[in-house]
Ligand binder design. Structure first.
Ligand SMILES: Nc1ncnc2c1ncn2[C@@H]1O[C@H](COP(=O)(O)OP(=O)(O)O)[C@@H](O)[C@H]1O
Ligand SMILES: [Mg+2]
Length: 497
């Protein structure tokens, strides 16, 4: 490119007034040109004006396919041209082959060119073709022509255009490089965003990365989401993440555990009630869905709800409407619903236990949480994360202990891992967790239990809490103890999760 410029330097000294003005105009354009389209348009205008052509086009050349496409075209009247068929394709081919500006006079009599119909149609007298190069290849071609009654183009025009085309090539190269960088930047930022970890979701395994991407994507929409996965895989964590990453994040995120809860209790929790709706309903009460207005509502363990409640939920999803128990007034609710289950809802619908219409409404965007055994790579980082979180900052988990954790099948997934780490911390007196501190149940069946009565009590309590998703009231009921008792036992265990 540099050589080409020096080659043309001598010509600059002999610039005509028009050429000088055209150059001056062009340098101003160069200063502000940041987009190829506008640079090309300005270039065409300058060329048309300078050589007094009747019309001009800029044709983009695609070398691999040998295809041409008009990027922009102008007539002297400033009309746009869009049909390449109106131009001589012969000169295009020639310019591409010779990679230098070409000029033809008396086109009609030129044996190479007159065979082209378009040339005859338009009775073109002179045509000039100027290549714009990039990386040593023709990137595009400027074609300008004029008909019989106009002035012919000159050799002078050609020399100037050669010089001019080199300038345009330089400018275009700069712009294209910028555009490429910009595009790369957009892609990179997008990638960064979508592979960025969700803070509460520890794990860098392939499955977790895919999951984060999915969560980022669905968070941008208002779609109903169904999160499926075994107990303890992080369904609730995922639901919260979707809310946090969505435009609803400033609004409430409310959740209701739907498993093993009597129907009427669950219904009044979700929908609220009117005073006198049932004995004990002493005042109007807002339901949770209503309270989540503008935000997200998480229905946990939705596979367990009754048929009657399924119908009511369907109405919430379909018409975004709720009615309080004992009320007749219909209220609008702008709430995004996220549901979760560890059951196979699809088979439940086949067995007639779950409404098919509700299933399809919920299943707009399914997300599957992988069981821990399918992402064992994440176990070491999860284990040390929980060890730190549960109290001891400088705790070392010995390699043998990590191995033991990695080899286990984790039926209770992350929730179980947390419990195991917690127990290991209690058993270890130093700042090390060794493999003997890692107590894993071979079976979740308590009948096989070999430990002390106190340990059995703790294990049963933990299991029961898991079954009720941490709900202490329900756990207390099922064990026939008080909530206070449970709180004391948990305190005894150093439970602070
Ligand atoms: N990827 C994760 N990183 C860190 N902690 C997690 C992750 N997934 C789940 N947890 C923790 O595991 C426990 C169970 O998660 P939860 O969302 O309640 O599971 P699920 O609803 O599927 O039973 C919670 O204490 C949660 O904070
Ligand atoms: Mg849960």
């Amino acid at each position: 490119m540099k050589n080409l410029l020096t080659e043309n330097i001598s010509h600059v000294k002999n610039l005509s007034r028009e050429e000088f003005e055209a150059l001056y105009e062009f340098t101003q354009i160069l200063n502000s040109a940041t987009q190829q389209e506008s640079l090309i348009e300005d270039t065409i205008d300058i060329v048309i004006k300078l050589i007094n052509a009747e019309r001009g086009i800029f044709v983009k050349y695609d070398e691999p396919t040998n295809n041409f496409s008009i990027i922009t075209g102008r007539k002297i009247s400033s009309e746009n041209i869009t049909d390449l068929g109106e131009f001589s394709s012969g000169i295009l081919q020639k310019v591409i082959k010779e990679k230098k500006p070409l000029l033809y006079h008396d086109v009609m009599s030129d044996p190479h060119l007159s065979q082209f119909e378009s040339v005859q149609i338009h009775r073109i007298k002179s045509v000039i073709g100027v290549p714009i190069n990039r990386n040593g290849k023709v990137w595009g071609v400027i074609i300008a022509d004029s008909t019989l009654d106009r002035r012919e183009f000159t050799e002078e025009n050609l020399v100037f255009l050669n010089f001019f085309s080199n300038l345009v090539s330089l400018a275009l190269d700069k712009i294209l490089k910028l555009e490429e960088l910009e595009k790369e930047n957009i892609i990179l930022t997008n990638k960064l965003q979508s592979t960025e970890e969700i803070p509460e979701m520890i794990g860098t395994s392939h499955v977790m990365r895919n999951l984060s991407q999915l969560i980022y994507k669905v968070a941008q929409t208002d779609a109903t989401v169904l999160i499926v996965g075994e107990s303890g895989t992080g369904k609730e964590v995922a639901a919260k993440a979707i809310h946090q990453l969505s435009k609803r994040k400033g609004k409430p995120f409310l959740a209701q555990f739907c498993g093993s809860i009597p129907d009427n209790l669950l219904e009044s929790e979700l929908f609220g009630y009117k005073k006198g709706a049932f004995t004990g309903a002493n005042a109007d009460k807002q339901g949770l869905i209503e309270a989540a207005e503008g935000g997200t509502f998480f229905l946990d363990e939705i596979g367990d709800i009754s048929n009657a409640l399924q119908a009511k939920l369907l109405r919430v999803l379909e018409s975004k409407e709720i009615i309080r128990l004992g009320d007749t007034k219909v209220k609008k609710a702008d709430v995004r619903i996220i549901a979760a289950t560890n059951k196979d809802l699809h088979s439940l619908t086949k067995e007639g236990q779950f409404r098919e219409d509700l299933f399809y409404r919920l299943n707009v965007f399914p997300i599957k949480m992988p069981p821990l055994r399918e992402r064992r790579e994440d176990i070491p980082v999860l284990a040390s994360f929980f060890a730190k979180k549960l109290g001891r900052k400088e705790i070392l988990i010995e390699p043998a202990a990590i191995k033991k954790l990695e080899n286990y099948y984790w039926p209770g997934n992350i929730r179980q891992l947390i419990n195991v780490i917690q127990r290991a911390l209690i058993l270890s007196d130093t700042n090390k967790i060794s493999s003997e501190h890692i107590i894993l149940e071979d079976s979740r069946d308590l009948a096989d239990f070999k430990g002390s009565l106190h340990e059995f009590e703790m294990l049963l309590l933990k299991k029961r809490l898991d079954e009720f998703n941490g709900n202490r009231t329900l756990t207390a009921k099922s064990l026939d103890v008080s909530v206070r008792w449970i709180q004391l036992k948990l305190k005894e265990m150093g439970e602070n999760l």
